[in-house]
Write a protein that binds this ligand. Sequence first.
Ligand SMILES: *[C@@H]1O[C@H](CO)[C@@H](O)[C@H](O)[C@H]1NC(C)=O
Length: 251
Amino acid sequence: MFGFKLSVLLFAVCSLSKCSGRFVNSCKYPPSQWCDSRDIAAECGVLEQCVKFNAVPVNVSLYYESLCPGCRQFLVTQLLPTFIMLTDIMNIELVPYGNAQEKEDQGKYTFICQHGEDECLGNMIETCLLNTLGLKAIPVIFCMESGADVLKAAQPCLGVYFPDTTWDSVMKCVKGDEGNKLMHQNAQKTNALKPPHQYVPWITINGEHTEDLQDKAMSSLFNLVCSLYKGDKPPACGQGLKKKTNSYCMN
Ligand SMILES: *[C@@H]1O[C@H](CO)[C@@H](O)[C@H](O)[C@H]1NC(C)=O
């Protein structure tokens, strides 16, 4: 994949008629290293192309369940704040399903969830919200997951962010064939994980799960995304996320 993209890049560079003998000779690095650093890119005259080539968003996928405490904490304290600050350099995918199980019966699926039927309902509401609203559903999901009661919060949370979207339209998906099909897709995605998930929240970065990536994401997703992004870092990355904001009321 990388090789293919690089050859496309080189083709683009050459088609800009920059592949003169002088140009090639003036750079002592092989093309495979041209985009490794800003200095090399500048020396080889491909800085602009490499900045674009490297500006690939970091994909973060979260496999989770609506009522799992660790999932809720990660969503609320890591994923949403990071997404707000780094939205230009990351993609998020949420897959509510986690440790659930499904059974098929005549083309319809039934689900058993780790934290009971309420969790299945929460997963389904969030799935339908994501399907209808795309990533704009994330603040609604944040609102639900940060409340005391995830299910009770759902309708008011939707009302805060999307006053024009009716709760009935969400429930139509939740109770109907559409939701059933979407949840089956979540099951398939979750069951296709390699390595298979052992717990939730289960995080993949650019489709990959390792213990190291998981640990780093859990302790600071913000720092991880900043460090993995190869394009020009946004200003937010430079400042870093302050570990603790102490708030004093001075005398
Ligand atoms: C990130 O996700 C997008 C869309 O889902 C995909 O096209 C792209 O290849 C992914 N990037 C990486 C590095 O996995």
